[in-house]
Design a protein around this ligand. Structure first.
Ligand code: KG4
Ligand code: ZN
Length: 336
């Protein structure tokens, strides 16, 4: 079954064709980062407009690269939640029109489930049940994936997502948006013990996360240095900050692996591209004897191939949408 998938929830427009949930026939991604950079973050109106301009040509390219005419696809899939509402609406309305005119099934996909599915594309043997940690610019969620379409949220961030904190720390150091990848590179040459930063725990919620305190701590630390014109090494800040994130991630995962004894752990989302986090979680999983599944760096960020993968399993479960499908902006505890 060949599914044409569309992703437009934030600042990447993407169209892909995926076969039977596991094989990428094509995946085109157009990043808007250059457009948002000078504002230091994503400007929702600019994002929506850019999606409108990109979605048709990208879809044509994805079909051409897959060697398929529009009528040869079996279904149309689209990210319908969560994300920026204006951005989501572009993809949802486009996918609805396409499915309607081609008379093909329409499949609505949750973006967070899509991130998990990026690991199906890279690991043919991976199948639920497993535990998954999705860490990105918009989410930090620990999920019990009971089957391809049955999700239970085990832990969630109470405030900022990990990626949001990475980007903020980077911004205060004058790095360009989104600074996560640059923080990763800088951290390789820094001293992770040089700056004391907090590792928040959420009372009575051993699997929950909180990154706003860490974000504020690093911002205050840098402001104080700026006010007194004290020089600092960005590498040290990046290394100390990254270590704090690694520690919170491995702490929550360590408890969860002990308590759930999962057959596997999946790490996905934009921040899962971080080399230090990948290494730290890899070491933890080795110690616990729990197989770890990751996506290649090319599939960690937002892309439509992961949406096409999850869509296949939604289809098999009978989760088909129709012309009444609407976009939903908010993220909530239920990954549906
Ligand atoms: O999954 P994604 O593309 O979008 C959302 O669904 O949010 O994630 C983007 C986030 C940004 O915050 C970006 O800075 C972060 O992923 N990111 C990284 C790295 N690469 C991307 N954070 C830390 N280290 C990286 N190597
Ligand atoms: Zn994402």
């Amino acid at each position: 079954m060949k599914i044409l998938a569309i992703e437009s929830s934030c600042d990447e427009t993407s169209a892909a064709v995926v076969e039977d949930g596991r094989r990428i026939l094509s995946c085109k991604i157009l990043s808007q980062i250059e457009m948002h950079k000078r504002f230091g973050g994503v400007v929702p109106e600019i994002a929506s407009r850019a999606h409108v301009e990109a979605v048709v040509p990208l879809t044509e390219q994805a079909l051409a690269e897959a060697g398929l005419g529009a009528n040869e696809i079996d279904a149309v899939a689209v990210t319908y939640r969560p994300g920026l509402i204006g951005a989501l609406l572009v993809g949802v309305n486009f996918a609805k029109s396409l499915a309607y005119t081609l008379k093909k099934p329409l499949i609505a996909v949750n973006h967070t489930r899509g991130h998990v599915a990026s690991c199906y594309l890279a690991n043919p043997e991976l199948k639920p049940p497993f535990l998954a940690l999705v860490i990105s610019g918009g989410h930090t969620s620990l999920l019990h994936v009971k089957s391809y379409t049955e999700y239970e949220t085990v832990g969630i961030t109470r405030d900022d997502a990990a990626g949001e904190a990475f980007d903020k720390a980077a911004r205060v150091m004058g790095l360009s948006y989104p600074g996560g990848a640059e923080m990763d590179r800088l951290a390789c040459d820094g001293d992770e013990k040089s700056i004391p930063l907090p590792r928040a725990v959420v009372k009575d919620a051993p699997y929950d996360f909180s990154y706003s305190g860490l974000k504020t701590a690093v911002v205050n630390y840098l402001h104080k240095l700026d006010q007194t014109n004290t020089p600092y090494r960005k590498e040290d800040v990046a290394a100390s900050f990254t270590k704090a994130v690694c520690d919170t991630v491995t702490d929550r995962l360590s408890h969860a692996i002990d308590d759930f004894n999962p057959p596997a752990l999946v790490l996905a989302g934009g921040v899962s591209a971080n080399s230090h986090i990948r290494r730290a979680v890899g070491e933890l999983c080795d110690k616990k004897g729990c197989p770890l599944y990751l996506a290649p760096l090319s599939l960690c960020g937002d892309n439509a191939a992961m949406i096409g993968s999850q869509a296949y399993y939604e289809f098999l479960e009978g989760n088909i949408s129709d012309i009444r499908l609407n976009a939903i902006a908010v993220s909530d505890k239920f990954v549906n």
